[in-house]
Write a protein that binds this ligand. Structure first.
Ligand SMILES: [Fe+2]
Length: 386
């Protein structure tokens, strides 16, 4: 299985996990069903941005995520409702705020019950609605860090609520500045830098049932240990621990994304950049927990290795962020090779880049080779090295 963005390319693919829409009781597409054009339209209307599909080359690979699909959809729906109200200049009711807290609590329960040493966190590099998707991811990442820093379920929920709302102040920043595909002017930067205070005011006043410890995170998530952050230029322990954790998750998720003003970073660059920030700016314990327990390259990703080979990540290796176990299917010219399981931690090779999809013709070529081999039956051994 693998993740695919919602484009025409998903038509004809089989859903590898049940896809839930706004009405949680009735799935939009059940696991194992072929996705038809009408289903694609419904998913688009409901704001679904990606789906798990069966991969023709890896039909048996199952990826377990830190947060289950249905839990994630409830949280997305709840956050979407909240964002819509704020955009209409309305305050969320007590009930809405309570729903949001409950949806974060459900995510926390999934994260607590997940026993994987390294968690897979759903992620796509390209989003139509960056602030929204980023907010959901930061909530998940934050709760995972909190779990590994031995916080209680209640603390995990409080920090998760702060995390899911951390950028809500951006809803009050003009889109043309947020989406600007070039370097911002100092004036535009000043406008963006208002979002922690705008968000804090909003959560503080408008969400009376949200815990005060959650709203502090909204104000402090751009503060940095060396005092170089904003809006208050706080330093070290003067920044609340919850805020330091959200800051680490925020930076990590932003580095994973493709942004209007820069191309997508390689996994090595993501790792290097966050390590450079750790210590002077980001809390080392938070970053350590994150890099140890969240996959930089999750299972089910299509990857190109530094030696040019092409394959899919089938298992993560704790402590070896750039060197998971990869099943190789093609060479550096996308020609099929003997399928081989490579444990990269035993080699000098690492993942060079993550691809959104198989390069053109790879699926057809590899499938053709596989069927030739199965036709040949016991002659498989003769194919080695061809
Ligand atoms: Fe922010």
């Amino acid at each position: 299985m693998r993740r695919m963005p919602i484009t025409d390319k998903v038509i004809g693919k089989y859903a590898a996990k049940t896809i839930y829409g706004r009405n949680q009781r009735i799935p939009l597409v059940r696991e194992g069903t072929m996705i038809r054009p009408s289903m694609l339209e419904t998913m688009r209307r409901q704001g679904i941005t990606w789906v798990w599909v069966l991969d023709s080359l890896f039909p048996d690979l199952y990826v377990r995520e830190a947060v289950k699909n249905e839990t994630l959809e409830v949280a997305r729906k709840s956050l979407e409702d909240t964002f819509q109200l704020v955009q209409m200049d309305q305050r969320p009711s007590e009930k809405r705020a309570a729903d949001l807290v409950a949806s974060v609590q459900a995510m926390v329960e999934d994260i607590i019950s997940n026993r994987d040493v390294v968690a897979n966190v759903s992620h796509l590099r390209v989003w139509d609605n960056y602030t929204f998707e980023h907010s959901v991811h930061v909530a998940i990442l934050t709760a995972i860090i909190a779990k590994h820093l031995k916080m209680t379920p209640d603390q995990m929920t409080r920090i998760g609520v702060g995390a899911i709302l951390h950028d809500i102040g951006k809803l009050m920043v003009p889109q043309e500045i947020l989406q600007k595909p070039a370097t911002l002017t100092p004036e535009e930067m000043d406008v963006i830098r208002q979002h922690p205070v705008l968000g804090w005011d909003l959560v503080h006043e408008g969400f009376s049932s949200i815990m005060p410890t959650s709203s502090i995170v909204v104000r402090q998530h751009h503060e940095r240990l060396d005092g170089s952050g904003y809006p208050d230029g706080r330093k070290g322990d003067d920044i609340y621990l919850f805020s330091r954790i959200v800051a680490a998750a925020d930076v990590f998720d932003a580095l994973r994304a493709e942004r209007a003003y820069r191309p997508v970073y390689t996994p090595r660059r993501i790792l290097q950049t966050i390590r450079e920030e750790t210590g002077p700016k980001l809390d080392p314990r938070a970053v350590e927990a994150l890099l140890t327990h969240v996959a930089i390259i999750p299972e089910g990703e299509i990857v190109r290795l530094t030696n040019g080979l092409l394959g899919m990540v089938v298992t993560t290796n704790p402590g070896y962020a750039l060197q998971p176990v990869v099943q190789v299917v093609a060479d550096d010219r996308d020609q099929p090779v003997e399928r081989e399981m490579l444990d990269l931690k035993e080699t000098p090779v690492e993942v060079d880049c993550v691809l959104d999809d198989w390069p053109e013709l790879v699926e057809e070529r590899v499938a053709a080779r596989m069927s030739r081999h199965s036709d040949a039956g016991s002659t498989e051994a003769t194919a080695i090295g061809d």
